[in-house]
Design a protein around this ligand. Structure first.
Ligand code: URP
Ligand code: ZN
Ligand code: ZN
Ligand code: ZN
Length: 469
C-alpha cells in the first residue's frame, strides 16, 4: 500500500517547505520536491490532497497517565479511550508512566502496565517508570528496564508517604541512571513543606480548590528544582524536570543549562494558558476541575508569559499534557470539603497540538517551534528519534495534516473524546484544525472522524536518549 500526500507544506523543527510525502507500508519512503520527476512517475494506491495545509509529524505526548491509581481512585481514561482521544487530536505516540510505589516490585508493575495497554491502543505507546520506592531491588530493576526499552525514571520530591523519595534515595537513583545511561525525570515540589502548609490552611478553614494553589507556592517548586539540579550535577545524571509551572523554577533550569548541565524543562498547556486566579479561583467547587500538581500559577506574577518566553529560548524543551483526567462526579468530588482530597490532574491529551498551534497564530512561537516542542523534541528526549517525531525517509509514517484555515471549538457541547465529564478547556477557540491523522501508514482520523482501530497501537521500545543538550 502506497500513499502520496500531495501539495502540502512540510513543517519540521528546523524549517518549512512545499513537499510531497510518499508513504510505503508503515514507513515514509521519500520526501519529494513538488513537481519532481520521481513524484510524477509514482502511481500511488491513494493520493491525499494537502493543498494549503501543513504536513507535520504525528504528535508525541511524553507525559500521560492512563488509568493511573491516585488518591483512592483511577484516572478516568483507559488506554483505549485515552489513545483514541489522542488520535483525534493528532497525537500518534504517548509515553505513559508505569507506577511503582511502596511495597511493590517494579517488574510486577511493568507487567501490569503491559497488560493494561496491549491490544487496547489506537496509537503507539511507550513507558517511563515511576520509582516510588528507591531500594536495592528497584535500583536493580532500573538497569534491567533499559534493555526492555524503558529508559527513563520518574522520581518524586512531593507526596510524602506515597511517592516521595528522600534526598539520599534520589542520589542513589541518579547514580544508577548516570551509570546505565537512563534519564531521570523529576516531580520537583518540596512535599514536606507543602504538607505543613496544607494542614495549616485546613486548620484555618481554607478548604476550597483555590487553596490547593496557595499551599503549593512557587518557592516550594523553585527550591525542589534547585535541589534536583544540584544532585544531578553531583552525580552526572541527565535531568528532565516535568510539569514546570513557576517562572523561578525555569530560571534555575535555564541557569543550569547555561552552565552546560544536561537539564531539561517540560511544561504543559495548562501552565501556558490557565491561572490560579481565573481557574482555581472559580466560584464554589468549580476550581476542582483544574487541581493538578504543580498547581496553576498566579497570572499577576507573570508565570504564563515567562513560560512562553522560555519556549522561545529553548529552556523549555518539550510540551506534554500530563494527561491525568478525573471526572467531577465521584472523583474530584472526593475533595468537596477538603481540597487535599481532590485527585490531582487535568485531561488534555486531545488538545495539545491545537492549543500550541494557537500560540503560533497569536505570535508567541514559530511554526517550527510548535513542531519541535510537540513532536520532534519529545521523540529525541525519549529515545524515539529516527522512528517518531519527524517527516523523513525511513521514519514511521505517523503524519498529521493540519489545516490553518480550519477551526476547532474545544469543549463546547462535550464534543471531546476523552472519558471525562467536563472540559478544562471549555470555550477555547483554535484557528486551526487537525484534518488527517496517519499512524504507521494507516489513516486513523479524517474529516469523517475517527476511523482507527483498538489494538493498532504497538508498544515501542525506546533507546537511550542521545545527543542531549
Ligand atoms: O496533578 C498531576 N500532575 N497529576 C499526575 C501525577 C503527576 O504528578 O504527574
Ligand atoms: Zn508529577
Ligand atoms: Zn504526571
Ligand atoms: Zn478540516
Amino acid at each position: 500500500m502506497t500513499t502520496l500526500i500531495k501539495g502540502g507544506t512540510v513543517v519540521s523543527s528546523t524549517g518549512s517547505s512545499p513537499a510531497d510525502v510518499l508513504v510505503e507500508g508503515e514507513r515514509i519512503a521519500a520526501v519529494l520536491a513538488p513537481g519532481s520527476a520521481v513524484g510524477a512517475s509514482i502511481s500511488a494506491d491513494d493520493v491525499i490532497d494537502a493543498t494549503g495545509k501543513y504536513v507535520i509529524p504525528g504528535g508525541v505526548d511524553g507525559h500521560t497517565h492512563m488509568e493511573m491509581p491516585f488518591g483512592g481512585t483511577f484516572a478516568s481514561d483507559t488506554f483505549e479511550t485515552g489513545t483514541r482521544a489522542a488520535a483525534w487530536g493528532g497525537t500518534t505516540t504517548i509515553v505513559d508512566f508505569v507506577v511503582q510505589t511502596r511495597g511493590q516490585r517494579v517488574q510486577d508493575q511493568v507487567a501490569r502496565w503491559h497488560d493494561k495497554a496491549a491490544g487496547n491502543c489506537a496509537i503507539d505507546y511507550a513507558f517511563h517508570q515511576i520509582i516510588g520506592e528507591v531500594n536495592d531491588e528497584s535500583l536493580k530493576a532500573m538497569d534491567e528496564l533499559i534493555g526492555e526499552g524503558i529508559t527513563s525514571f520518574k522520581l518524586f520530591m512531593a507526596y510524602p508517604g506515597v511517592f516521595l523519595s528522600s534526598d539520599g534515595q534520589i542520589l542513589r537513583a541518579m547514580q544508577t541512571a548516570a551509570a546505565n545511561g537512563g534519564l531521570i525525570m523529576m516531580h520537583a515540589e518540596n512535599g514536606s513543606a507543602i504538607d505543613v502548609l496544607v494542614q495549616q490552611a485546613l486548620h484555618r478553614g481554607e478548604t476550597t480548590p483555590y487553596h490547593h494553589g496557595t499551599t503549593r507556592p512557587w518557592q516550594t517548586e523553585q527550591e525542589a528544582t534547585h535541589r534536583a539540579v544540584m544532585l544531578a550535577d553531583l552525580t552526572g545524571a541527565p535531568l528532565y524536570v516535568v510539569h514546570v509551572s513557576a517562572k523561578q523554577a525555569l530560571a534555575r533550569i535555564a541557569e543550569a543549562r547555561d552552565a552546560g548541565q544536561n537539564v531539561f524543562g517540560e511544561t504543559c498547556p495548562q501552565y501556558l494558558y490557565l491561572s490560579l486566579e481565573e481557574q482555581l479561583g472559580a466560584p464554589g467547587f468549580e476550581g476542582a476541575k483544574w487541581v493538578c500538581s504543580t498547581p496553576l500559577r498566579a497570572r499577576a506574577e507573570g508565570h504564563q508569559d515567562e513560560l512562553w518566553r522560555y519556549l522561545r529560548t529553548g529552556d523549555v524543551t518539550t510540551v506534554s499534557t500530563d494527561h491525568c483526567p478525573f471526572c467531577m462526579k465521584d472523583q474530584k468530588e472526593l475533595g468537596i470539603d477538603d481540597f487535599s482530597r481532590i485527585p490531582n490532574g487535568i485531561g488534555s491529551v486531545e488538545h495539545r497540538l491545537d492549543l500550541l498551534y494557537q500560540g503560533v497564530v497569536d505570535g508567541r512561537i514559530s511554526l517550527e517551534k510548535w513542531v519541535d516542542v510537540c513532536c520532534t523534541a519529545p521523540a529525541r528526549m525519549f529515545g524515539l528519534d529516527g522512528r517518531k517525531g519527524a517527516i523523513a525517509a525511513g521514519a514511521d509514517a505517523d503524519i498529521v495534516i493540519y489545516d490553518p484555515h480550519g477551526h476547532t471549538s474545544i469543549g463546547l457541547g462535550k464534543t471531546h473524546h476523552m472519558n471525562l465529564d467536563y472540559s478544562a478547556w471549555e470555550g477555547y477557540e483554535i484557528d486551526g484544525h487537525v484534518d488527517v491523522v496517519m499512524s504507521r501508514g494507516t489513516v486513523i482520523k479524517d474529516d469523517t472522524g475517527y476511523i482507527g482501530a483498538k489494538g493498532h497501537g504497538r508498544f515501542v521500545k525506546r533507546n537511550l536518549s542521545q545527543n542531549l543538550i
